[in-house]
Design a protein around this ligand. Structure first.
Ligand code: 5RP
Length: 259
């Protein structure tokens, strides 16, 4: 691995081997997602507690100051919106030159393992990996997004391992029962998405379960920015990711910090 690749990964995954990625890329297929209507106002107080910010190029240009000192994970796949019944057919939407111009630390691409168009997404991701590796830019594979998928350890293990075999440097997936086996059979760091908004206590429990099962962290969005107190929630998630807090301790912290 060359210096540039190592440097970018080390900006994302901190010396304790963990990362709190804050995902606000939802607009690329969901439009003005609840909580992100004024994306800049939502994220501004949260940035000091996030290790990285995952978003689209439009959001980066329009809502984030170029002076912000935070590694960026740029979404480079899209193609279908939430109102399209064929959701899950994504291709390359941002060139590697644009990723370099925007000085990002990694690029993210969704592969749709098990969906009708999995071949297109796997080949598109492979092309992104080839181009990104040429410039020492790590790739984050986003797996298991979609309706009707049985998100069990067998499926998630398959999807994450395929992503790593393709060359992803980090893989994002969902937590499930038996998550240890998903992590063990994936040779690169695994982070979990938060998924739909659930009560804070439950989201903290899932994050903690994932960390204890070997995840390198979270790439969490809605359960932070749709929380009744996003600033308290991001700090509670941080306590789990970086301080090994238990779910009860993290929830207590959330309640203490809650305004
Ligand atoms: C969508 C994504 C989102 O970034 C991801 O779903 C994380 O956000 P959330 O925690 O809200 O699920 O990659 O494809």
């Amino acid at each position: 691995m060359d210096w540039g690749m190592k440097n970018r990964i080390s900006r994302i995954i901190k010396p304790d081997g963990r990362t709190l990625m804050f995902a606000v890329d939802h607009g690329y297929f969901m439009g003005p997602t609840t909580g992100l209507e004024k994306l800049d106002e939502t994220i501004e107080p949260l940035l000091p507690y996030a290790d990285t910010l995952m978003l689209t190029r439009g959001a980066l240009r329009n809502y984030v100051s170029p002076a912000a000192d935070l590694p960026i994970i740029l979404r480079v796949s899209s193609g279908t919106s939430i109102i399209n019944p064929m959701l899950l057919h994504e291709g390359i939407s941002v060139s590697i030159e644009e990723a370099i111009r925007l000085n990002v630390s990694a690029v993210a691409f969704s592969i749709m393992v098990g969906a009708e168009y999995e071949r297109d997404t796997i080949l598109g991701f492979s092309q992104v990996i080839d181009e990104a590796e040429r410039y020492g830019i790590p790739t984050l594979a986003v797996t298991a997004v979609g309706r009707g998928l049985e998100r069990d350890a067998r499926y998630l293990g398959l999807a994450t391992r395929i992503a790593a075999e393709l060359g992803a440097r980090i893989v994002k997936t969902y937590y499930c029962e038996g998550f240890e086996s998903v992590v063990e059979s994936c040779p690169v760091p695994v982070v979990i998405a938060g998924g739909k908004k659930v009560p804070e206590k439950d989201a903290l429990q899932v994050a903690c379960n994932a960390i204890q099962s070997g995840a390198a962290g979270v790439d969490m969005g809605r359960n932070i920015f749709q929380s009744e107190d996003p600033v308290a929630m991001v700090q509670a998630v941080r306590a789990i990711v970086h301080d090994n807090s238990s779910p009860a301790e993290a929830f207590e912290l959330f309640n203490e910090l809650k305004r």
